[in-house]
Design a protein around this ligand. Structure first.
Ligand SMILES: NC(=O)c1ccc[n+]([C@@H]2O[C@H](COP(=O)([O-])OP(=O)(O)OC[C@H]3O[C@@H](n4cnc5c(N)ncnc54)[C@H](OP(=O)(O)O)[C@@H]3O)[C@@H](O)[C@H]2O)c1
Length: 333
């Protein structure tokens, strides 16, 4: 522990605001508690929830660090009491409840996954938040199975590109929506079977047509608002609707007759406030089912661009412009 400094660089905005509030400041290096590891962060992933947090629109779970960042990759430099599965020197990528935009972050050992062989830290840092989210919602909540069909909005988002990957390796067919023809082309290149430009008319009739009138089995929704009734129209009998965000608002008018007639299930989840044990269970499933595919090259990270920590404001501007396909990272080493 003697080589660990007492202070570090971190992004911990004093007040909500625009990208300009993302200035590098000095904070104490956190100490790992029982079951935790301390990671020397090489790179941190940037996610849309970070934008909401910066704007003051993301209620933080109690006890979460105020330093921004929900995922980080680096080298373990200290382990807390009781940690037997990870050793000092191990390269890991971790899901954290906050604190990723800093030189050092504490993560529960059970929320760490190994950096896949040959993968750069900047790439590995972009995996946990979207893979934990997509797995938890599509597999655990929606019970996705091979041969089923899936509609995902925001097909080129961090979540959307991960959903395309998971659907592909699980054998689901996938329809995505995107805001431009260029993004539709990008989503199809990543493996989407169909990509619909949501600015070219209502996606719902197109989805019904693409599925021969049957409808899809699952909708993964990050839009909310007036998309909800249209999503329900896209679902077939026994369909599952999974909400993970509501960029167009959290309220919607539903036709319950449709829910009853098609026996629909409406569900959703938030990853960040879930317990360490729940996140650990998701990590175990990913380690077993998904991480071997990063090792053998059948899955790849989708890092669009990385920025040094000092340019976190530019990283957020890029995300807010929606100019990216896949993920954005910050580099610290
Ligand atoms: N529930 C959870 O635990 C959880 C965890 C992580 C993320 N999330 C949420 O998941 C969403 C994606 O996160 P991310 O980090 O992947 O963000 P991101 O890469 O910035 O993507 C946001 C996406 O939203 C799409 N979008 C916005 N308005 C749309 C509309 N009207 N129709 C279709 N798509 C629309 C954008 O598509 P275009 O650019 O094509 O317009 C863009 O691809 C965010 O809302 C985030 O808050 C939830």
């Amino acid at each position: 522990m003697s080589t660990i400094p007492t202070t570090m660089r971190a992004i911990d905005p004093a007040a909500p605001g625009g990208p300009d509030v993302l200035v590098v400041t000095e904070r104490p290096v956190p100490m790992p508690g029982p079951g935790d590891v301390l990671i020397r962060v090489h790179a941190a992933g940037v996610n849309r929830p970070d934008i909401l947090q910066r704007l003051g629109r993301y209620p933080m779970p109690p006890g979460a660090p105020t330093i921004m960042g929900l995922e980080a990759a680096g080298e373990v430099i200290a382990v807390g009491e009781g940690v037997t599965t990870i050793a000092t020197g191990d390269p890991v990528t971790a899901l954290v409840a906050g604190g990723g935009y800093a030189d050092y972050v504490v993560a529960p050992a059970v929320q760490c996954l190994p950096v896949p062989p040959g993968m750069r830290f900047a790439e590995a840092a972009t995996l946990p938040e979207t893979w934990f989210t997509v797995w938890a919602n599509l597999v655990d909540l929606a019970g996705a199975k091979a041969g089923e069909s899936l509609l995902v909005h925001g097909g080129t988002s961090g979540i959307g590109t991960t959903a395309i990957d998971l659907a592909r390796v699980m054998g689901l067919s996938i329809i995505v929506t995107c805001g431009s023809d260029a993004k539709c082309i990008a989503a199809k290149a990543l493996g989407a079977n169909h990509a619909l430009n949501y600015n070219d008319g209502d996606f719902a009739p197109q989805v019904r047509e693409l599925t021969g009138g049957k409808g899809v089995d699952i909708v993964l929704d990050m839009v909310g608002g007036d998309y909800i009734p249209r999503n329900l129209a896209c679902l077939g009998v026994g369909g599952r609707h999974v909400s993970i965000a509501f960029q167009k608002g959290g309220r919607a008018e539903l036709d319950l007759a449709l829910v009853m007639r098609k026996r629909l299930v409406l569900t959703g989840s938030l990853l960040r406030p879930r317990s360490v044990a729940e996140k650990g269970a998701i990590a175990q499933a990913l380690a077993k089912e998904i991480w071997p595919m990063f090792a053998d090259g059948s899955l790849k990270p989708h890092l669009f661009k990385s920025f040094p920590l000092e340019q976190a404001d530019d990283a957020h501007r890029l995300m807010e412009s929606s100019g990216h396909v896949g993920k954005i990272a910050l580099t610290l080493v």
